[in-house]
Design a protein around this ligand. Structure first.
Ligand SMILES: C[S@@+](CC[C@H](N)C(=O)[O-])C[C@H]1O[C@@H](n2cnc3c(N)ncnc32)[C@H](O)[C@@H]1O
Length: 265
């Protein structure tokens, strides 16, 4: 049972100012695009959603606003404390301080699982998908956001960091350094992510790339366009996300459903 993630020191360091992190135009944009894609997935009557790696509770709060019950899972103690403080007193919110592998949840009990930018830190993302599948009721939906290998390699190559690009491609791992800490994460391509979901027994698997503009015009160029006219640029990025190819997206959004007879059926 794993209750602690190697990325805890990095995320604990970011906890106090995590919302500000999303003031950067490209982060705000991928988050807005992901929300626009995910919100309709649970637009029916109030249900129960697991938010894996819920961080400071940004998305958990949105699902609560939409009338759902939310179980947040968060291994970094300071992130978890921030989520507790933010959502204190909100009916329907439960928080487990654990990793996806360590969280003890009932099987077949949830309408949805969202994991925004968290499963890439799990030691084995395909195994985590199978685990998450087990929590879903038959027909329940999962949405997972991870960083894209192809987009990162493109970004590094554009910046002249060719050796690092080759290293990322070879290892299929990224390294995020910030605030004196670093965290290692797995990097995914659309086909690999889709096959991991299929191998986990999920159905109706779809992978969408978000922020293809980062590969087309570079992150700086994309940020410039978002700063100049956010709504127009976001609408363009939404259209690009629908057109694909997903791999060019800076982030990959996987959506899939538990089969009608559930994970073991
Ligand atoms: C990029 S942040 C995203 C936070 C939140 N989902 C959001 O969008 O604001 C990734 C989160 O995943 C958490 N995390 C790291 N390893 C994890 C694991 N093995 N299982 C679950 N969550 C994990 C981190 O502590 C961090 O809060």
């Amino acid at each position: 049972v794993t209750l602690s993630s190697p990325s805890n020191p990095l995320y604990d360091g970011l906890a106090d100012h995590y919302d500000e992190h999303f003031a950067a135009p490209h982060r705000r944009a991928y988050d807005d695009l992901a929300w626009r894609a995910c919100r309709p997935l649970w637009s029916g009557p109030p249900g129960s959603i697991v938010d894996v790696g819920c961080g400071v509770g940004r998305w958990a709060g949105r699902w609560l606003d939409a009338g759902h019950r939310v179980t947040g899972i968060e291994p970094a103690p300071r992130m978890a404390a921030a989520a507790r403080a933010r959502l204190a007193g909100r009916t329907g919110f439960t928080l487990l301080e654990a990793t996806v592998d360590g969280a003890d949840l009932p099987s077949g009990a949830y309408d949805g699982v969202v994991a925004m930018g968290s499963l890439q830190y799990a030691p084995d993302l395909p195994a985590a998908l199978a685990r998450v599948h087990g929590w879903l009721r038959p027909g329940g939906t999962v949405a997972v956001l991870v960083d894209s290998l192809a987009a990162l390699v493109t970004e590094l190559a554009r910046a002249g960091r060719v050796e690092e690009a080759a290293e990322r491609l070879r290892t299929r791992r990224g390294l995020w350094r910030t605030g004196g800490h670093e965290a290692s994460l797995s990097l995914w391509d659309a086909a690999g992510l889709a096959s991991a979901a299929t191998a986990a027994g999920l159905t109706q698997v779809r992978v969408t790339g978000l922020l293809l503009g980062a590969a087309v015009e570079g992150v700086a160029g994309l940020n410039e366009r978002l700063r100049a006219d956010y709504d127009t640029a976001l609408a363009q990025e939404w259209a690009r996300a629908q057109a694909g190819p997903a791999d060019l997206g800076k982030q990959l959004l996987l959506t899939a459903r538990a089969g009608p007879s559930g994970p073991t059926g």
